[in-house]
Design a protein around this ligand. Structure first.
Ligand code: SF4
Ligand code: SF4
Length: 72
C-alpha cells in the first residue's frame, strides 16, 4: 500500500507541527506562499509515507489528508 499526502495550501499556516511530528521526516516548509502569506508545508518523498496519520492529526488547521492508494 502506498499513500498520498494531500496538503491544502490554502489552509496551511506554516506552524511546522507536521514537520516536527513526521517520523519519516518527509514534510518540510516550502518557499511557496499562500494567499495569506504563509509558507506552505509540502511532502517530499511521498513514497516513504507510512500512512501513520500523525501529521493529519496534529495539524490545527485540518490541512492534511492521507489517502491510501492501491499498489499498481
Ligand atoms: S502520515 Fe505519517 S509518515 Fe506520512 S507524512 Fe504524515 S506523519 Fe509522515
Ligand atoms: S501542521 Fe498544518 S498548518 Fe502546520 S505547517 Fe503542517 S500543514 Fe501547515
Amino acid at each position: 500500500m502506498s499513500y498520498r499526502v494531500k496538503i491544502d495550501p490554502h489552509r496551511c499556516k506554516s506552524c511546522e507541527l507536521c514537520v516536527a511530528v513526521c517520523p519519516k521526516k518527509i514534510l518540510e516548509i516550502s518557499d511557496e506562499r499562500n494567499e495569506l502569506g504563509f509558507h506552505v508545508a509540502v511532502c517530499r518523498n511521498e513514497q516513504d509515507c507510512t500512512g501513520c496519520l500523525a501529521c493529519a492529526l496534529v495539524c490545527p488547521d485540518l490541512a492534511i489528508e492521507i489517502e491510501k492508494e492501491p499498489d499498481k
